[in-house]
Design a protein around this ligand. Structure first.
Ligand SMILES: C[S@@+](CC[C@H](N)C(=O)[O-])C[C@H]1O[C@@H](n2cnc3c(N)ncnc32)[C@H](O)[C@@H]1O
Length: 227
């Protein structure tokens, strides 16, 4: 499969540049003018990417050479930021999201490798217990804005559980979620949050510990570990 920009209609795509100040690199992320939820950069991904950057500012080795998994990567802002900060990252999403995700990996490859990082994209449908990725172990799992429809709640929790029922590594998860002002979204979030709390230790990261320019009362950030 080709991941070159020419595989897409050039007038379908427009780039967004995201500065990673701590290492003076700028990611170029292609979005689609029209498309599904996986074709745009969501604010929750910027909050999480910038939180990772803040962590690296305080502790430069935070992501160096560690294995990171991103769920529901979309265009890959979080995973690509982690890779540019030195992590070995597997970005995942539905099969239909992979061509644009891989194009974005390709676009930023040289910046990532110059920082000692690595990024690859694979399909991972939440709840699919046959995925080969479930056999792998990760140090950190990241996910941004992935709680937005009912049918995905149980499969998403199940997938998080699979990645924490591991032998060697006990991953820490970082999750951001935008709280949208709709009754449906509030109900979904409450249900998801109850499930998370049953299984995991869930700690909300206060805004003052987040990036000073990329935080918002509407976007919650959590650190999650196995009980
Ligand atoms: C709102 S978007 C967020 C994308 C990205 N994390 C961001 O914040 O920019 C939700 C993402 O979850 C992915 N997704 C939805 N259902 C999924 C499923 N069942 N398995 C895997 N990925 C899924 C979508 O394709 C999409 O990329």
């Amino acid at each position: 499969m080709s991941h070159r920009r020419s595989s897409f209609q050039s007038n379908d795509l427009f780039p967004r540049e995201i500065d990673i100040e701590v290492c003076l690199k700028t990611l170029k992320i292609y979005q689609k003018i029209e498309g599904d939820v996986n074709c745009v950069v969501w604010d929750a991904s910027l909050v999480l990417a910038k939180y990772l950057e803040t962590m690296c500012q305080n502790k430069p080795e935070f992501l160096s050479s560690i294995r990171v998994l991103e769920l529901g990567s979309g265009l890959g802002v979080v995973g690509l930021t982690a890779a540019t900060l030195g992590a070995q990252v597997t970005l995942t999403d539905l099969p239909e999201a992979l061509p644009l995700l891989r194009l974005n990996i390709n676009e930023n490859k040289s910046k990532i490798s110059s920082m000692g990082g690595y990024a690859i994209a694979e399909s991972l449908v939440w709840g699919d217990s046959t995925s080969q990725i479930l056999k792998e172990e990760f140090d950190i799992i990241v996910l941004a804005d992935c709680v937005y429809y009912e049918e995905a709640l149980d499969p998403l929790v199940q997938t998080l559980q699979c990645f924490t029922n591991t032998i060697t590594k006990k991953p820490t998860m970082y999750l951001t979620q935008e709280m949208r002002d709709s009754e449906v979204q509030k109900r979904l979030w409450t249900k998801f949050f109850e499930k998370l709390n049953e299984i995991f230790n869930v700690e909300q990261i206060p805004e003052e510990e987040q990036h000073k320019n990329y935080r918002s009362p509407d976007i919650l950030l959590f650190k999650i570990t196995k009980k």
